[in-house]
Design a binder for this molecule. Sequence first.
Ligand SMILES: NC(=O)c1ccc[n+]([C@@H]2O[C@H](COP(=O)([O-])OP(=O)(O)OC[C@H]3O[C@@H](n4cnc5c(N)ncnc54)[C@H](OP(=O)(O)O)[C@@H]3O)[C@@H](O)[C@H]2O)c1
Length: 356
Amino acid sequence: MRRDLILMSLPPTYTRVVFAERPVGDIVPHKTFRIEPEHKLADLEPGEKQVLVAVDYLSLDPAMLLWLNENPYREPVRIGDTMDAEGLGTIVKTGKDSKWKVGQTVKGGFGWTEYAQMDDGAVALHEVPQGGQLLDFLGPLGNIGMTAYFGLFEIGKPKPGETLVVSGAAGAVGSLVCQLGVLKGLKVYAIAGSDEKVQWLEKELGVTKAFNYKNKDVYDQLKEHMGTFDVFFDNVGGEMLEFMLTRMNLHARIVICGGMSDYNNPTPSGIKGHLNLISARALMQGFLFFDYASKFGPAVAEMQQWLSEGKLKRKYYIVDGVKSAPEALPMLFSGGNTGKLIVRVSNIREGVETKE
Ligand SMILES: NC(=O)c1ccc[n+]([C@@H]2O[C@H](COP(=O)([O-])OP(=O)(O)OC[C@H]3O[C@@H](n4cnc5c(N)ncnc54)[C@H](OP(=O)(O)O)[C@@H]3O)[C@@H](O)[C@H]2O)c1
């Protein structure tokens, strides 16, 4: 978009969503967060080495729930601050010594806001790759993709022909893990929370078999069809993890990626079956994707290659407007999303293609 058109289209005010009250257990959307409209855009005038970004898309992630209280890996969000979030946006104004140009697309930690004033060094340029779309930087080519890639390959260490089982399989990370497993010649068993998700996993993503964990006989079905496994990529924890601890092959690997069933539980239940790890000589290991940052380059290139060859599919579940973020976030805990949950904030840039 031309610079003068962008400047003409800037509104006098913008909306942001702030963190209002620490939740105990579940989020209460309009109590936990507060929508603040009518902030003056003039207050976000970029300094010399700063830019003003019109936010296009924001990523909603389960870990956001952890950021609202004391947690083991980052400072909690402060009451009254704009809720943190990673996003993609368009530069609409630059400071006099900024290295960026109006119209460039950047990724950064903008937060739940329509406009963000950012330091030059806090944003990174993102150009749409061949065979991809902009949103892929919040999906397979972003943190989600790196979580799937390094969790599966570095911790799971699967060998062709082995059995992989994935919980939270129809979500952002899980759906990529399933496909990476298929690509690497594994037998892939997927667990998700609805029959529609089961159909999508089997028919579109090509897993060996998918299971709806809400069916009463799911454990019998898993015993019958999967039997035992070599790699379990766990996004959920709780009962399913407990069950999997009884279904391990010798030298099985359990990848602890997340614990959806416990994030909003003030007193997580813990596991009882860990002694089975001894007889199976098995490994259970947690990880954080950003520990592998030095290896992201080649991993992103490989993911991009698979995208451009049509070997990797992705689905975006898009909600509109920054005001919808507080009500959309709990969807991750009720299973409302299939694929990556995204907030579309504005459409200032022309030609943004979305595949919903
Ligand atoms: N270790 C890392 O570096 C790292 C990085 C990113 C994400 N993660 C973790 O990866 C996991 C997946 O994240 P994501 O962004 O891809 O989210 P997501 O899978 O897109 O969304 C979460 C899904 O989890 C399922 N779920 C929610 N509560 C559940 C429960 N009690 N029991 C079973 N399933 C439940 C829901 O689907 P159903 O309909 O199937 O229930 C929901 O759609 C999360 O635990 C997240 O914290 C870890």
